[in-house]
Design a protein around this ligand. Structure first.
Ligand SMILES: [Zn+2]
Length: 61
C-alpha cells in the first residue's frame, strides 16, 4: 500500500485518515475492492493447476 503516505490536496491530512470527501474518494479508489484482482485470480488458477498436476503425478507413480 502506498496511499497511506499520500497527503490530501484538499485538507492536507493523510488520505488514509479519510477526513474529507476527497480523502474518502481517493481512499476508495486506491484500496483494492473486496473482489479478487485479475492477478490474484491468475495466481490462484496457476496454484490450482499445479496442485492438480502434482496429484496426477502422485497417482501415476
Ligand atoms: Zn482530504
Amino acid at each position: 500500500m502506498t496511499y497511506d503516505r499520500l497527503v490530501c490536496a484538499n485538507c492536507a491530512a493523510p488520505v488514509a485518515e479519510g477526513r474529507c470527501p476527497v480523502c474518502r474518494a481517493n481512499r476508495e479508489r486506491l484500496t483494492p475492492q473486496n473482489g479478487l484482482s485479475p492477478a490474484m485470480l491468475l495466481t490462484l488458477a496457476i496454484a490450482l493447476l499445479a496442485a492438480i498436476a502434482l496429484l496426477a503425478a502422485v497417482r501415476t507413480v
